[in-house]
Design a protein. Sequence first.
Length: 313
Amino acid sequence: MNKISIRFFNDREVRAVWDDANAKWWFSVLDIIGVLRGSDDYAKNRNYWKYLKAKLKREGSQVGSVTTQFKFVAPDGKKHAANVLDYEGIIELAKNFPSKQANRFIEWFTYSDESIDGKSKTKAYALFDSSLFEMMEVGTVKGLQQIHGYLFGGLYDFAGQIRTVNIAKESFRFAPAQFLENTLKTIEKMPESSFDEIVDKYVEMNIAHPFREGNGRSARIWIDLILKKNLRLCVDWSKINKDDYLNAMRKSPSDSTKIKALLKSALTDKINDREVFMKGVDYSYYYEQDDTITDDKDHPWFREATEESKKAE
């Protein structure tokens, strides 16, 4: 169980472990129960599973009989053996669950890994064991392009390529494409000998947003490689709440104190730990759920940026 995955349904964790011997994922039954019940109460979910398992056995369902056990971290911080089911078992469990959430959960569970994000996340997991991971340039634009190209190669035709269009998120517009090349050269030269300097560089790269899509997922691996090389540290992203992170990043262009405090509180020296990396990937992709980038020439600020570019020329 050296590979641990965390998926998110309605902002609730669904944990899984990889079984090398049988080449498949096993999913935490209690996490599924919590999702389907809409409850975070560990004790009540556990009691409900006991009741449901006994009921399914009486009805002749195999779901209550085929569970196995792996160790997960419980609310008390310790690892305890917990019931898990494989992919088919989880689908069967959801079909037999008396919940309005069941059908929507089945649809999400069935198709989530077939999306671009799902496929890209699988590639991100593989990056840990890839020879490219140790060969990537650290702290450079090319290094960031290598990460992006690896994550999204074959999924986006612009994988690893610096954008040539203007993009925005909500009301914030990122660096105009016309000036992006010079902007990235300036960011690349920024110092990275201290924690504050590294985060400043990360914030500026986020403002630049060099790719049409996939910037955050690529940049979080990028900053971890910089921290690893220069400070022998990395960020345990599973320690950072999604809303806290997004709010801090929104404020970072004018005030980086919040994102610095948030990242500093989650630093760890487990720079070669597979579990830290895998959980980091899961949280990194979770941050991006429901976060929309606008790439539209009809957007009013696009015309403004174009006019500014012409004036500069």
